[in-house]
Design a protein around this ligand. Structure first.
Ligand code: MYR
Length: 131
């Protein structure tokens, strides 16, 4: 299960991904070391997410398959949903400013939470450990 608190441990190609999103270098450097922590509490098709980082703290109440709004730390607005596919969470989000799609998945691999991202042809990952 995804339930519990996860602390980011390492990134893979995350700077390139942020660059593709149009995030400037100073913000990319800060965001690469944002100390992101995510607490996930899933009950049936409902998920409570607590996000905390150097930038902000945020609480979300989400239902699989139901669209919601989400802003990136730099203010970029997305709208989309999470879906449950077996042991994987699959998210599809659309940027409000340009209509481009950002997809993301969460899956557990060897006790780590691996979140993958794709935007405009660029893939990245952030890998979290239980804390
Ligand atoms: C959640 O489940 O944590 C909330 C919904 C996440 C939506 C998609 C996240 C995309 C994050 C991209 C990071 C951009 C780098 C600044």
């Amino acid at each position: 299960s995804f339930n519990g608190t996860w602390k980011v441990d390492r990134n893979d190609n995350y700077e390139k991904f942020m660059e593709q999103l149009g995030i400037n270098m100073v913000k990319r450097k800060l965001a690469a070391h944002d100390n992101l922590k995510i607490t996930i509490e899933q009950t049936g098709d409902k998920i409570k997410i607590k996000e905390s980082s150097n930038f902000r703290t945020l609480d979300l109440d989400i239902t699989f398959g139901v669209p919601f709004e989400y802003s990136l730390a730099d203010g970029t607005e997305l709208s989309g949903s999470w879906f449950s596919e077996g042991d994987t969470m699959m998210g599809t989000f659309t940027r409000k400013d340009n209509g481009k799609v950002l997809t993301t998945t969460r899956t557990i691999v060897d006790g780590e939470l691996v979140q993958s991202y794709n935007y405009d042809g660029v893939d990245a990952k952030r890998i979290f450990k239980r804390s």
